[in-house]
Design a protein around this ligand. Structure first.
Ligand SMILES: Cc1cc2nc3c(=O)[nH]c(=O)nc-3n(C[C@H](O)[C@H](O)[C@H](O)COP(=O)(O)OP(=O)(O)OC[C@H]3O[C@@H](n4cnc5c(N)ncnc54)[C@H](O)[C@@H]3O)c2cc1C
Length: 352
């Protein structure tokens, strides 16, 4: 796939290219290293209720791989502590922060114009954020406003214009090249470790606030509350599928197992659609992508759409009564048996 450029190369870049072409001793071309020196990336970070989302620091790691200066971006109310914490991230040169409660909920209608102004001001060649609900919501709008194509859900960076992304639920890997002068990229969090905090001391700078009107108003949210580890970043995940039969059984079987392992709970789409689990727990192509140290699939058949969300887990364990279930093809360890018997037995052993 080739994303075509519809915008003119910025004057500064054109001048540099002309200079490189004129002075290059080899072929009259310009070196990739020279272009890399011109790259500069804005890594958009997420915050919630005045707390930096540490998972969003993966955008900084990806930005560092592109080369050139990396600036972080945060916006919302009481943003100073968030900006100060983010400023200690490894590899960050500057944090741009905008203090305004209107940006607390990350509404694309006003967050996109906010980003557009700050991107124009910074003249960035790359803009990166996580392939999260926020990133998927906001970045396409920003890219459209700046007449560029978004490159979504990348798992690797080959060069400053070439990126790798899974397609068809991870069954094929595409290498895509973009010639847009500003590249808008969402990254798969499990492919880039979050940048370490406490390693840097970037300057914090106030960004531009266009205070764009939003036709959308945030009214309320109804979130499932849990003391368990966050599904997207947990080191251990136990997921239940349609084999659990009912919500009561799902809770009765999966919760003690999760407690015994200190794990987050996930679910297949069939379990979510049947009302056994909240949809925020769905793992897969249309749910969350996870890559924990341990992923345990209980009563899950292993459809490709489910595998798309968990196949990069370090150790995959499966419990299923059907020995031919496709989940066993990706599992490192498997147990063929009735989950209503095997899981409580395993849970008791784990508790000991
Ligand atoms: C566009 C699209 C996107 C999708 N996105 C997702 C997604 O993000 N995530 C996702 O999960 N799916 C997704 N799906 C759905 C996917 O195709 C499957 O339908 C779904 O994953 C099946 O869920 P399951 O494995 O829980 O159910 P089933 O396929 O019905 O499997 C249930 C399993 O439980 C086992 N079982 C039953 N009883 C017991 C027992 N007592 N003990 C042990 N094992 C038992 C059975 O042997 C079976 O293997 C998507 C589908 C489409 C078309």
């Amino acid at each position: 796939m080739l994303c075509t450029a519809r915008r003119v190369i910025p004057q500064q870049l054109r001048r540099h290219i002309a200079h490189e072409a004129a002075t290059s001793a080899c072929s009259g071309g310009f070196s990739p290293a020279a272009l890399r020196r011109l790259a500069s990336t804005l890594a958009i970070l997420e915050q919630k209720d005045g707390k930096l989302n540490h998972g969003s620091l993966s955008a900084i790691t990806a930005a560092k791989q592109i080369g050139g200066p990396v600036h972080g971006f945060v916006a919302g109310s009481s943003i100073k502590p968030v900006a100060d914490e983010a400023a200690t991230a490894d590899g960050l040169d500057k944090i741009i922060s905008v203090e305004n409660a209107a940006y607390d909920k990350g509404l694309p209608e006003n967050f996109a114009p906010l980003l557009v102004e700050n991107i124009k001001k910074g003249g960035y060649t790359h803009v990166i954020t996580g392939h999260t609900a926020f990133g998927k919501n906001v970045l396409p709008r920003v890219a459209a406003l700046l007449d560029a194509q978004q490159i979504s859900d990348i798992t690797a960076i080959e060069s400053e214009s070439t990126f790798v992304r899974p397609i068809y639920a991870g069954n094929a890997i595409a290498t895509v090249e973009s010639t847009d002068s500003t590249k808008f990229i969402t990254i798969r969090g499990t492919a880039f470790a979050p940048a370490e905090l406490g390693k840097g001391s970037a300057a914090v700078e106030e960004g531009v606030d266009p205070k764009a009107d939003s036709p959308t108003e945030w009214l309320s949210e109804d979130l499932a509350k849990s003391d368990r580890p966050d599904l997207s970043t947990a080191g251990r995940v136990v997921s239940g599928g349609r084999g659990l039969k009912s919500k009561d059984d799902f809770d009765k079987v999966m919760e003690p197992l999760a407690d015994a392992l200190g794990a987050a709970i996930g679910a297949s789409r069939a379990a979510v659609d049947s009302g056994y689990a909240d949809n925020s727990l769905q793992v897969g192509q249309t749910g969350k992508v996870v890559a924990p140290q341990l992923y345990m699939a209980v009563g899950i058949s292993g459809a490709i759409q489910h595998l798309a969300g968990m196949k990069d887990s370090k150790v995959i364990a499966a419990i299923n009564k059907d020995g031919d279930a496709p989940i066993f093809q990706v599992a490192d360890v498997g147990l063929v048996g009735d989950l209503f018997e095997k899981v409580p037995e395993l849970t008791e052993k784990l508790k000991k």
